[in-house]
Design a protein around this ligand. Structure first.
Ligand SMILES: NC(=O)c1ccc[n+]([C@@H]2O[C@H](COP(=O)([O-])OP(=O)(O)OC[C@H]3O[C@@H](n4cnc5c(N)ncnc54)[C@H](OP(=O)(O)O)[C@@H]3O)[C@@H](O)[C@H]2O)c1
Length: 291
């Protein structure tokens, strides 16, 4: 039995699909408010709970052999990115779990002080490494599926909002490739007890993204390039009445103001371990948007 957290998210949903295609038993951890009917339809068993509650995690982990932690957090990195994962790892040990896959983030080890999600991910990575469990830690750059809503908006308006330096490099990974790596990590020797940076096949500049949209939709791009101090202004305003949102914006600012890309060697290593050819962002978008 596989337990998948974040089973309704961009990565988790695809992981559940792949596991069910292979006829594996899956327990999908969802919230009552989650949109989970597709998972049920595919034959996953649905566990309704909240990852903020230890008791729910304990119950969900009973009798499982594999755990895939793919949940995210909106503005509560401490409860969700940190505490929930520590509890999942403790429960994995208590239940004799055979392999634990953790979705971290590229740059988790760079010591960003102002980014709670990055700090939580690094602390969890360390805890997992020291746990004696078999594990795979995947550190993705940006996910291609995140760009789908932006692409849809571009299709209608031709507009693209680019905050920060357009020359910053990124290697967006196909969310389908990532899901496949998550699932294959469990069986492939080369992925066992590894921390792997995960990116797509090309190093893009952020300004390349509207260019790709433009090609995909044969539509000229109107790029609005906003400076980073707009985010700083928002953060100061939030500090007055919503400190959690202010902290979450710290992670967002870190994502916007730094480069997140994999080297050619790192992507070649991924292709070798997982025996796949990484998909480009343009190909991913064309598949999903049918153009
Ligand atoms: N997106 C990226 O570009 C990116 C890049 C690098 C790393 N990552 C990491 O990859 C992981 C997955 O990202 P994603 O983009 O696939 O996530 P996502 O689409 O934002 O989905 C988040 C998932 O977490 C679930 N969740 C949130 N709070 C929960 C709670 N209290 N209890 C139970 N479930 C809860 C959500 O359930 P609901 O459906 O109920 O909301 C959803 O299934 C995250 O750990 C993220 O940090 C993402």
């Amino acid at each position: 039995m596989f337990l998948v957290t974040g089973a309704t998210g961009g990565i988790g949903r695809r992981v559940v699909r792949l596991l069910r295609q292979q006829d594996k038993s899956v327990r999908a951890f969802v919230r009552l408010t989650s949109r989970y009917s597709e998972l049920e339809h595919r034959g996953a068993s649905i566990f309704v709970g909240d990852l903020r509650r230890e008791k729910d995690i304990q119950k969900a982990c009973q009798g499982v052999e594999y755990i895939i932690s793919a949940h995210g957090s909106d503005s509560d990195a401490l409860s969700l990115d940190y505490r929930a994962n520590i509890e999942l790892i403790d429960q994995a040990k208590a239940n004799g779990v055979q392999h634990f896959v953790f979705i971290s983030v590229l740059g988790a080890d760079r010591g960003y002080e102002d980014a709670p999600v990055f700090k939580a991910k690094r602390a969890v990575e360390r805890y997992l490494e020291a746990s004696d469990l078999n594990y795979t830690i995947l550190r993705p750059a940006g996910l291609a599926s995140n760009l789908l809503p932006l692409a849809e908006r571009f299709r209608e308006t031709g507009l693209y909002l680019l905050i920060g330096d357009p020359k910053n490099r990124t290697s967006i990974v196909s969310t389908d490739d990532l899901a496949r790596m998550v699932v294959d990590s469990i069986t492939l020797e080369g992925a066992r007890n590894q921390i792997l940076p995960v990116g797509g096949p090309e190093i893009l500049l952020r300004e390349d993204i509207p260019r790709i949209f433009s090609r995909v939709f044969s539509k000229e791009a109107i790029v609005i390039n906003s400076p980073l101090f707009v985010v700083d202004g928002l953060r100061s305003a939030f500090g007055l009445f919503n400190p959690p949102a202010q902290k979450a914006l710290g992670t967002y600012r870190t994502l916007l103001s730094n480069e997140f890309f994999c080297t050619k060697e790192e992507t070649a290593n991924l292709e070798r371990i997982f025996n796949l050819q990484l998909e480009s962002l343009e190909s991913f978008l064309r598949r999903y948007l049918a153009v």
